[in-house]
Write a protein that binds this ligand. Structure first.
Ligand code: CUA
Length: 160
């Protein structure tokens, strides 16, 4: 088969970019552990307040340097289990976040980290993150949810 030189170059270029793309996706998924947030776990959105663990939002230690953070979102508030909306996490801790919403769709973005989920009524969104750097992280809602959307924040403090 006779192929023009430019056609060969394009063929190699196209195949090459496809391989590079698949390698990047593979490294991201299997080495860096970036997975799509799970939406397979459901609950009754009318009964969030009685549904463990959402009946007791907040931070709980579950192991050596390992924590469970349960968050209930509602318009226009994140219930993180504290009156002032601030959660303190020791530096280096691994935190398993479970979050859901009582009413409409909300966002769950922890600015400066990979934690970025959509909270949908009836579903439990989970993400595991290890906080390697100390500092103050803002938890914000990045899905427009109504007139108070811009006020919907909480704070995660990673302390030494
Ligand atoms: Cu909740 Cu925007």
């Amino acid at each position: 088969m006779n192929m023009h030189k430019y056609e060969k170059i394009w063929l190699f270029f196209g195949t090459g970019t496809l391989l590079v793309f698949l390698i990047i996706v593979g490294i991201s998924a299997f080495y860096m552990g970036n997975q799509p947030p799970s939406c397979a776990v459901t609950l009754d959105p009318e009964k969030v307040d009685e549904w463990p663990p959402f009946d007791e939002p907040g931070l709980k230690q579950i192991g050596d340097n390992e924590y469970q953070l349960t968050v209930v979102a509602s318009a226009f508030h994140f219930d993180v289990g504290t009156d002032d909306g601030v959660v303190q996490i020791p530096k280096g801790a691994t935190v398993h976040v479970s979050a859901t919403t009582k009413d409409v769709i909300h966002g769950f973005e922890l600015v400066g980290t990979n934690v970025n989920m959509m909270l949908e009524p009836g579903y439990i969104s989970t993400y595991t993150n290890t906080f390697k750097n100390s500092g103050t992280y803002t938890l914000l809602c990045n899905e427009y949810c109504g007139t108070g959307h811009h006020l919907m924040t909480a704070t995660i403090e990673v302390i030494e």
